[in-house]
Write a protein that binds this ligand. Structure first.
Ligand SMILES: [Ca+2]
Ligand SMILES: [Ca+2]
Length: 240
């Protein structure tokens, strides 16, 4: 049937254009792309556009808007992996009729786009024997997802929930405090600061640019609990 634009009978269902971005089934897409769709409605109603993604295993709503335009997009922020399939869904409603389409794409392998390692850094505050540390580590092409703090007195703390934390020392002194930051591709960077505890704090900053293998050796040499070392040693350093 040949539909024509000037036919504006109410109740005409909206429909999708076929130039979505990334194109359905495309490969070699850089992680976390912007996903775009075009669509139409013969009777020119404003349309509600809903975007879903399923990195959790089920489709979850990530963006919804009522728009008079005929194009919409969302940032697929969770499509962070290389060489992986990602699925997204768009639903368009004119209030009467609803249509949906499901798309997928495959991200480029890591050989195509090298991961950029994170850059570790942190701020700190000394109050008596208490040290408060706040990570300011960044990752230019992803997110910092895990932090490993070594407080220089034999204590350490690591995991996805210790971006900001604190530690109480048992005696005054100058301690070597290290932050190792991991990004979402398990690349790592670290920074070390000499921090004086028990006076007004202070101390210099030393950021030694060791390579990834050296980081493993440093962690091992620190002779922390074997389980902790195991966690770190099994990570991939320096990207992939
Ligand atoms: Ca309509
Ligand atoms: Ca990165």
């Amino acid at each position: 049937m040949q539909l024509q634009k000037e036919v504006k009978a109410s109740g005409e269902a909206p429909w999708f254009g076929d130039n979505q971005i990334p194109a359905n089934g495309s490969v070699g897409i850089k992680p976390s792309p912007v996903c775009v769709i075009g669509f139409y409605d013969y009777d020119d109603e404003n349309l509600t556009v809903s975007f879903y993604e399923n990195t959790t295993g089920t489709f979850k709503l990530v963006k919804q808007e009522l728009t008079p335009y005929r194009v919409a997009y969302f940032d697929f922020e969770n499509a962070t992996g290389y060489d992986q399939d990602y699925w997204w869904k768009a639903v368009i409603s004119d209030g009467t009729s609803e249509v949906s389409e499901i798309y997928h794409f495959t991200t480029v392998n890591s050989g195509g786009v090298p991961n950029q390692p994170p850059v570790a850094n942190f701020n700190y505050d000394v109050n008596g024997l208490d040290l408060v540390v706040n990570s300011t580590a960044t990752d230019s092409d992803g997110n910092v997802t895990s932090w490993y703090w070594l407080f220089g007195d034999g204590y350490s703390l690591s995991g996805p929930n210790v971006e900001n934390t604190n530690h109480t020392y048992t005696e005054n002194g100058t301690y070597t405090v290290t932050l190792i930051a991991f990004d979402d591709d398990n690349a790592a960077d670290y920074i070390t600061k000499e921090i004086t505890i028990g006076s007004n704090g202070g101390g210099g900053t030393v950021n030694v640019g060791m390579d990834s293998q050296t980081i493993i050796l440093v962690v091992a040499a620190a002779a922390f609990a074997a389980a902790l070392i195991g966690v770190v040693a099994t990570r991939k350093f320096g990207g992939r």
